[in-house]
Design a protein around this ligand. Structure first.
Ligand SMILES: C[S@@+](CC[C@H](N)C(=O)[O-])C[C@H]1O[C@@H](n2cnc3c(N)ncnc32)[C@H](O)[C@@H]1O
Length: 357
């Protein structure tokens, strides 16, 4: 018996809770672990090192803060300081509502919810699987977390070949559910699992609407960030979460509302046409429709910020947005992205922040 230690001793040694140690044992992550004779407690070989997994990071997450739970194309993490200069809640006390009709990964949403108390929140996106993930986190976080924990333990314990099999099976299952429009906790868990393990956290569908991103090459991807999911769930408790077109937000938005619009970017060059986040295209006509929608909300008295790509990065005579938003204030801010990874025109480029105040 001297060669073994108890769950409590291992927990102290590895600086985790006994529940985690039990999870490791139950999931076969501790070679040589065995049950006390006749009891359900585990015994752990004395010199076992703590299994490497991404959950260590979870314990260190800043308490109470919610962060985007998915990587998302066009995520605004790097522009938060610039966009944050427009948050009106501290100075304009009558602004008590927030709307983000193209929510995506929600970088601005969570930044605002971490900093301000908002009376009413409205978020929407046309991507039904994404919105199902938001509503599942809000309404059913416990079941989601246990599914993700099981998927994480299973995946991390496997070698490269078995991981690939698991990834492809998860993708096939996700697509089967998607085709039948089944949007439940399982779909949400698969959405997070695929986002964490796929190539570059991409969400891309083919013409048939099937998610078709290949597996990524992460060594220890964090699939279940329990702390963050719980924080996100708390922050979303009173949010209106809508699957649909951005125009559905019209009734919510009034003179007490701050609105941030982050539509799919207008492509800078003909080759950089990654705008199909979903099966829906967002072409120049759609961009112009959005500009006139914004004008109507401006007339209602809402405070509005819109972001987009700056066409002048590629063609300084292209005044598309200057014309479309001629009544608004157009600001150009330096962004940390490349004009086109395959061209010679590398370096920092500008993005547009358009505001009506
Ligand atoms: C640039 S992304 C938003 C990124 C987000 N700001 C972030 O930080 O992750 C644009 C989003 O708009 C959604 N979308 C596209 N067309 C839409 C529409 N007509 N109405 C609502 N959402 C739409 C896409 O699914 C995508 O999630």
């Amino acid at each position: 018996m001297d060669d073994y230690i108890s769950v409590q001793t291992a927990a102290k040694k590895w600086k985790v809770t006994p529940r985690w140690v039990n999870d490791y044992c139950n999931n076969g992550r501790i070679p040589g672990a065995k049950r006390w004779e006749g009891k359900k407690d585990w015994l752990i070989p004395k010199n076992t090192k703590k299994p490497v997994d991404a959950r260590t990071k979870i314990a260190k997450a800043k308490s109470g803060e919610a962060k985007p739970f998915l990587k998302w194309a066009g995520g605004k993490g790097q522009l938060l300081t610039e966009i944050g200069k427009y948050y009106p809640f501290a100075e304009k006390k009558h602004i008590k509502k927030y709307a983000e009709p193209f929510v995506g990964g929600g970088a601005v949403l969570f930044d605002i919810l971490n900093k301000h108390t908002i009376d009413e929140v409205y978020i929407s996106d046309i991507n039904a699987e994404l919105i199902n993930t938001y509503t599942t986190i809000r309404d059913n976080s416990d079941e989601l977390i246990s599914r993700l924990k099981a998927m994480e333990s299973d995946y991390l314990a496997k070698d490269a070949d078995l991981r690939k099999e698991t990834y492809l099976a998860a993708r096939a299952r996700f697509n089967a559910l998607k085709r039948d429009s089944v949007r439940n906790t399982e779909t949400a868990a698969l959405m997070i699992f695929l986002n964490r393990t796929c190539f570059n956290g991409l969400y891309r569908v083919n013409k048939a609407g099937d998610y078709n991103v290949p597996m990524g090459a992460y060594k220890n991807p964090q699939i279940c960030n329990e702390n963050n999911l719980l924080n996100v769930s708390k922050k979303l408790q009173n949010a209106n979460i809508v699957c649909g077109d951005y125009k559905d937000s019209a009734n919510f938005i009034d003179d007490k509302t701050f609105v941030y619009f982050d539509p799919p970017y207008r492509p800078l060059t003909k080759t950089s046409n990654f705008t199909s986040y979903t099966e829906h295209l967002f072409d120049d006509n759609k961009q112009l429709e959005l500009a006139s929608f914004v004008q109507n909300l401006d007339n209602k008295g809402a405070l509005i910020v819109i972001s987009n790509s700056d066409p002048k990065n590629a063609d300084e005579n292209d005044n598309f947005f200057d014309n479309a938003y001629s009544k608004q204030n157009i600001h150009r801010v330096a962004a940390n992205r490349m004009i086109n990874r395959n061209s010679d025109a590398r370096g920092k480029i500008n993005e547009l922040l358009i505001a009506n105040f």
